[in-house]
Structure formats: structure tokens, C-alpha cells
Design a protein around this ligand. Sequence first.
Ligand SMILES: Nc1ncnc2c1ncn2[C@@H]1O[C@H](COP(=O)(O)OP(=O)(O)OP(=O)(O)O)[C@@H](O)[C@H]1O
Length: 360
Amino acid sequence: MSSPAGIRARFKLDYPGFAFDVDLELPGRGVTAVFGPSGSGKTTLLRCVAGLLRVPAGHLTVNGETWQEGSHFQPTHRRPLGYVFQEASLFPHLTVRGNLDYGMKRVPVAERKVSLDRAIGLLGIGHLLDRKPEGLSGGERQRVAIARALLTSPRLLLLDEPLAALDLARKQEILPYLERLHDELEIPVLYVSHAPDEVARLADHLVVLEAGGAVAAGPMVETLARLDLPIRLGEDAGVVLEGTIAERDERWQLARVDCSGTDFWVREGGHAPGHAVRVRILARDVSIALNRATDSSILNIIPAEVIELREEAHPAQVLVKLKLGATPVLARVTRRSVDALGLVPGRQVYAQIKAVALIA
Ligand SMILES: Nc1ncnc2c1ncn2[C@@H]1O[C@H](COP(=O)(O)OP(=O)(O)OP(=O)(O)O)[C@@H](O)[C@H]1O
């Protein structure tokens, strides 16, 4: 019997003072961000998946292939995966080309899925091929390390804080390459990161770890919109939505973004109509009205339904989940406003969205 597509990972491990116990069903494609505080078990999860840690009663299948079950344990070198850590571990005596060849030659010709040219093109490293690692910047080294991992034709890519050692400028330089991988490759990626901006730009799916357990796992949009989770991608609760540029308004330097049928006006980002983008809407930028204001400075006033309310740590404030068509958005309002407007689940209102940030 063949196993279904997707990744099924079940691991249980007891260190003194740290119990790790996860049972995850993850999609077999796209980027799954593994998010959580320091010491929550993110690297432990990746090490279990890679087979670097052998957990006695673990289970792992990746898109139909069983890598661990009962006494069956496929050792790391027999798992078709690419692993890139915080610090790229390139061979210092080999040129970039030599490092890439090394990755590629580990795979028989018939099984190669990513060609040398493709990997070089995706990561933009064609001009670096004759250099040695010591002559590369941190960002360039990481790009070479990712290209080398791709050349092993992995069926799973594990990226453990690949940008953490880089400064902001280098991060900004490498993120577009990671976005290209996301858009163009079918290989599923588990991406450990502390950085909200990386997660917001790259992830399709989120796993949130806390003290060795998964407190949430699901599609990014829905998971960020959950009121019972204290996830903050950035300085506030909020959602990240995927959409496409529907229209540009050159006169006012604005663009209309269509997110699953709900339109938002945003500041222009130079993208042509049809371009796929992500937008971030923070709860503090959303207010609620019972009627559509006609004399407001707010561009985005959208019919919405109240779905759920949850009191916040400060008793004056309430977080409200709204649905704008199929699109969830969070709003932060005062408890007094909840009372004054009679906000209860099912109530039809208008979401007034002051700022929508175009993030990629
Ligand atoms: N070999 C070990 N023996 C005992 N405890 C360990 C061992 N390896 C890891 N731990 C503990 O397991 C916990 C989780 O570690 P892990 O590296 O997975 O966390 P993390 O979420 O990746 O953290 P960070 O974000 O700081 O990298 C930590 O408390 C760590 O001290």
C-alpha cells in the first residue's frame, strides 16, 4: 500500500528538562515555516527528520516514502534531502564549481532532477563559479550552499535559519532567491526561522513549537488569524494574505491587490498587474464601523462579518476576527467599542483598514 502525499512526522524524545513530543501532518509541497522561541525544539525536529537524531519510536514518511517506522531507520546519507544550516559548510579547498559538482555527483545521472544550470540560475551564482568560499560574502556562501543542496535532487529541503548569520542588507539580497525557489521548485521545504519577515514572505504553512510540542500547525493565513494563538509575525498580531496586483493607479501611486476576491488598495510597489504579492495587515490598523463612512481618509472600507472575539491581556482591548468574503482579518478595538457597536459573532460590519503593507 502506498502512503499518501505529504509529510507525516511523529517523534518523541526525553532529554533531562526537555520533553519533545510532536505528531505532524505537513503538506508535501511549498514552504513550511517552523516557528517558535529559542529552545522550543525547532532544530531537534529537523535533526529527527534528517535522521541525525534517532528517536526509538519515531515515524516519518515523505511523499509516500517511509524513512522511519518501527525498526526501519533510513540513515541520513540514504535520505534524499538537502540540509542548509546557519553557517554554510562549503569545502574551503574547492571552488564554487567544485562544491557544486560534489553535490551533483552524489546523485546518479538518471535521478538528477535539478540541472547545474538551473541551480546556478535560481541562486544567481554564475559569476562566482571560479572563486573559493573564502572569497565570498556570507550571503553568497549561503546561496552556493543552497544550490549545492538542490543539486543533490532532494525530495525534502531542510533550511535551519539559513539567513540568521547575515546582516539585514545581505538578508534582503538573498530573500528574492529563496522566493524564486518557493515559486519554481516542487521540493517541499522545512524552514526554521525566528524572523517574522522571512516567514511572512516565504511560508505557506506554519508549525508553531513551544517547549517541545506543536501548539499549532496549519496553512499560514488561517493559522495567523487564530485568536487563541499568541503568534506575532512582527510587532503585532495580524494576517498575511496572498494576492495578485489587479490594477495600478499611477496618478496616486497606488495598486489594487486582489486577495481571493477581496480587494485592498496599497502603496505602489512597482509590480505589474498579474504579479503575485503578499500583503500584511496588522490588527492595530483595522477598525470597525457599522456603516460605510463616506467622508473618511481610509481607502479600504470593506463589508465584513464578525466571526469571533477574544479579550486581550489588557482588559480594555479585544481582538476581533472578521471575514471579508473568504478572507480573515484581525482587528483590535476597545471593549467599550465592542459594547457600543454590539459586536457579536455573525454581525455584519465594515472593516476600515488604515494600512496594508505590501511585503513581497
Ligand atoms: N543532546 C542534548 N541533551 C540534552 N538536551 C538537549 C540536547 N540537545 C538539545 N537539547 C535541548 O533541547 C531543547 C531544544 O533544542 P533545539 O536546538 O531543538 O531548540 P531550538 O528551538 O532550535 O532553539 P534555537 O532557536 O535557540 O536554535 C533545548 O532546551 C536544548 O537544550
